[in-house]
Design a protein around this ligand. Structure first.
Ligand code: ADP
Length: 627
């Protein structure tokens, strides 16, 4: 018989598996039972769509057999089985999904127990097996085949005998060594415990003969060993159990196993709804942002069950985009088992359920915000961006639902606050919500325009995410208070008197500003004196709806379109530079032009904008320094 080599990748993984010291070996059983359950699912689905497949769901089972003499464990299922080619293909190469997951996680976190956490399927059995035989007969076929391997050199496939369709996996345990007692897996109680821990919600019965010590019939003191077949798993899905009987740990384990997360969920919530629509949902908020969450390949969705039977793995319709971070499932008797993906999109029941779920998630978040601020801050760090995108998207359709879930950094509190909290803290006569944008909170805090507000004890929200300003513009106002960018030209904290004085001053210097504006060609639409600065000589402000920060965001997008915010160069009226400019206008216009160019570049630098002509500017500065 010709021995086949394992594919290179499988071989490496096998080595890792067999030699891994961290690994929790118990999980081999979970992996094999899951495979058995999948194989039964496949046959069951086939029976739903193909009337020739006549099978009663109640006949399905997974059987475990422990043989102490031969030191074997057999896992048998009456699922779909594998043909010769399938044995070769499926068990000769490590499965795509498993290996992919493995690689990704390994890149991210070197130290964690990768294998124990995620499982890599069938191969994990080689942690405990000296040899594995797989005897399988495909449903509808007359031929059975045996695959066997010692996990080192490769595997063989030969013809075999098997009465019924399905698959038997026979594990020949390794000999006990100083490092590990493999024979513990021949103990019924050990196996029972592992099944209950990892495979309790498998929806088919997992059966095993268990020996119990029982009083011999008719005797008062003579005990005998009686073997009885027992179903080890509860089969009851966790979300169908009485909530008071499920521990937090059980939910966490369910979550980490089902969604391949290494960290337990930040929040678990379960609801049962009856009425317009009837369903149970079990939902989770992850404790961290999934590595692919903000990528375009991330798929949102909840698993959809119909009375405990999976209909669809990830039903996107059940979650709105702004809550796409939620994981979990929905089980509803109203959903038909054979519903197609196309129909799902239109289905009325599903629409009702998804509306209801959206409300539940919102309530849960509000509750967290109100009662557990610490946790909410963490949540917002992970997924706040998604909420803000949600405010902006769909032409602001969801903005009112989401506005009270938003947090922004406050210049006064130096921490994140809600819009409601901002409004509570308004100064007398203040009818606006002020904000400033920039790359980081520190940089915003140093913006010249911010100084003035801080001095007057006016709270300013600092925005640093690209979406922030777009989201606020979509909201327009909160509680009747308009959002105002403090870098807008028309934002003015001056008294009427000061305003007048400034206007006078600007009028007097009109010709100076005209020359400065001409010097800067089309770069700015205005040059003028301002009262808004304390220590800085100059700043840039914007006119209209497009702010300087938004210009940066839009121009960073990969399109050919480039836009310019309409900007004004403002010069601090009380800074010595103001007088210097006035003097130069009288004495040396050429010098004034150079000053103008340098000051404008300075203002751009502070705003985090690029300088178009760095060589010219640096030459000018050098010229000034050399004087
Ligand atoms: P995964 O289950 O992640 O796909 P495995 O390595 O555990 O990876 O299994 C590889 C493939 O072998 C499965 O996808 C399935 O097609 C097949 N397989 C494994 N066990 C069984 C079984 N008991 N019955 C039928 N097919 C099986």
């Amino acid at each position: 018989m010709k021995k086949q080599e394992f594919k290179a990748e499988s071989k490496r993984l096998l080595d890792l598996m067999i030699n891994s010291i961290y690994t929790n070996k118990d999980i081999f059983l979970r992996e094999l039972i899951s495979n058995a359950s999948d194989a039964i699912d496949k046959l069951y689905y086939e029976s739903l769509v193909d009337s020739k497949v006549e099978i009663d769901r109640d006949d399905f089972s997974i059987k475990l057999l422990l043989d102490k003499e031969k030191k074997t464990i057999t896992i048998s299922d009456n699922g779909i089985g594998m043909s010769k080619d399938e044995l070769d293909h499926n068990l000769g190469t490590i499965c795509e999904s498993g290996s992919l997951l493995f690689k990704k996680e390994k890149e991210n976190r070197e130290e964690i127990d990768v294998i124990g956490q995620f499982g890599v399927g069938f191969y994990s059995a080689f942690m405990i097996a000296a040899k594995i035989e797989v005897i399988s007969k495909k449903y509808g076929s007359n031929e059975a085949y045996k695959w066997s391997s010692d996990g080192v050199d490769g595997y063989t496939i030969e013809k075999s005998e098997k009465d019924t369709f399905g698959t038997d996996i026979i594990i020949y345990l390794k000999d006990d060594s100083d490092d590990y007692e493999y024979s513990r897996y021949l103990d019924e109680y050990v196996i029972d415990g592992i099944v209950k821990k990892y495979s309790n919600y498998i929806t088919y019965p997992i059966k095993m003969n268990k020996t119990s010590h029982e009083l011999k019939e008719g005797s008062k003191d003579e005990y005998i060993d009686v073997e009885k077949e027992e179903v080890l798993n509860s089969m009851m899905p966790i979300w169908k159990k009485n909530p008071s009987e499920v521990t937090e740990e059980e939910y966490s384990n369910f979550y980490t196993d089902t969604y391949y997360d290494y960290e337990k969920p930040q929040r678990v919530f379960r609801n049962s709804v009856e009425g317009k629509c009837t369903y149970t949902s079990l939902l989770f908020i992850p404790s961290h942002t999934p590595y692919d969450f903000y990528g375009k390949d991330y798929e949102k969705g909840l698993s959809l069950y119909s009375n405990g039977v999976l209909v669809m793995d990830k039903c996107p319709k059940l979650l709105p985009d702004h809550f796409s971070f939620v994981k979990g499932l929905v089980d509803s008797p109203d959903v038909s088992l054979n519903i197609s993906r196309e129909i799902l999109q239109e289905d009325k029941e599903i629409t009702l359920i998804s509306k209801s779920i959206e409300g539940k998630i919102k309530k849960e978040l509000e509750d967290m915000l109100k009662n557990d601020r610490e946790k909410y801050l963490k949540f917002f760090e992970n997924f706040g961006l998604q909420l803000k995108v949600g405010v902006y998207n769909d032409y602001g359709m969801y903005k009112d639902d989401l506005k009270d879930l938003l947090l922004f950094y406050s210049s006064e509190k130096k921490s994140m606050i809600t819009l409601a909290e901002y409004v509570e803290n308004l100064k007398d006569g203040q009818d606006k919500i002020y904000y400033a944008s920039g790359e980081t909170y520190d940089k915003i805090d140093l913006l010249p325009q911010v100084e003035n507000f801080k001095e007057k004890n006016l709270e300013v929200l600092y925005l640093k995410d690209y979406i922030d300003e777009f989201a606020l513009q979509m909201l327009r106002e909160y509680d009747g208070k308009a959002f105002v960018n403090i870098s807008k030209e028309d934002v003015n904290l001056d008294s009427e008197e000061d305003k007048k004085a400034l206007e006078e001053e600007n009028k007097k210097s009109a010709s100076l500003f005209k020359l400065m504006k001409e010097t800067l060609a089309s770069e700015v639409s205005d040059v003028k004196f301002t009262n808004r600065l304390k220590n800085h000589p100059v700043c840039l402000t914007s006119k209209g709806n497009l702010s300087i920060e938004m210009e940066k965001v839009i121009n960073a997008m990969p399109t050919d379109e480039h836009i310019h915010a309409e900007m004004t160069l403002e010069v601090n009226k009380d800074h010595p530079i103001a007088q210097k400019l006035k003097d130069l206008y009288e004495t040396d216009k050429e010098e004034l032009k150079k000053y103008t160019k340098i000051l404008y570049s300075e203002a751009r630098l502070i705003e985090g904008l690029p300088i178009e002509n760095p060589t010219e500017i640096s030459n000018l500065i050098c010229e000034m320094l050399s004087k």
